[in-house]
Design a protein around this ligand. Sequence first.
Ligand code: FPP
Length: 233
Amino acid sequence: MVLPMNAILPIPGPHVACIMDGNGRWAKRRGLPRTEGHTAGEENLAEVVRIASSRGIAYLTVFGFSTENWVRPKAEVRHILSLHKRLFGRIQELNENNVRINWIGRPFDEPGARTPAFVQRAIRQAIADTATNTGMVLTVAFDYGSRAELLRAAQRCISETSSTASITSEDMQSHLYSSELPDVDLLIRTSGESRISNFLLWQIARAKVYFTERSWPDLDASEIDKALALLRK
Ligand code: FPP
């Protein structure tokens, strides 16, 4: 099944990726259920999108839901999925900010894919409704795992060649879920963890990495500016 996604043209400006960690701890510190932390995380993502496009970030890629996240308690998974529907439904503000939606993850029709139909619909609709925007590309990684992406790319390269020795980096790039996105320039991870968590392993090969103690719901403009300063060093 091919998504109705027009080609993503190169845009000047950096590619920033975010591992949005710490929603659960943010909620716990306030005596709230974890789901409230995710709700605050989705709201802050909408704010981060506004800040990022105002700072001239060309591509913002966020880790919305990993292939490992399905094992979380059912109610929490349901809540996170509903937040994706909410995010993909923010068409008016995305259009106001000239932001184009994109998605990467396990293709919906491949073995092991678990994305429910209502999330698939929300993704397709948001891609279609923002397709003519020319500003920042917001890519949401949903049902995403980098090793699965790399294994799939390697398998496709091998099936296309009679000599594995001739496979190039460009061949691999062309088979990534994110084949149309440039390499990541800056990776930000919130909440004090300094791990990569199977996110964009190929794409971050030359990225600067910014780890902050801030929880995702508290990531604000001043912290984003500190991270962006790494690109000038
Ligand atoms: C980490 O918090 C975040 C996630 C599991 C991803 C979900 C992100 C959101 C719901 C933010 C909104 C984003 C979208 C795309 C709708 P955690 O539960 O691991 O926090 P913890 O480490 O403090 O427990």
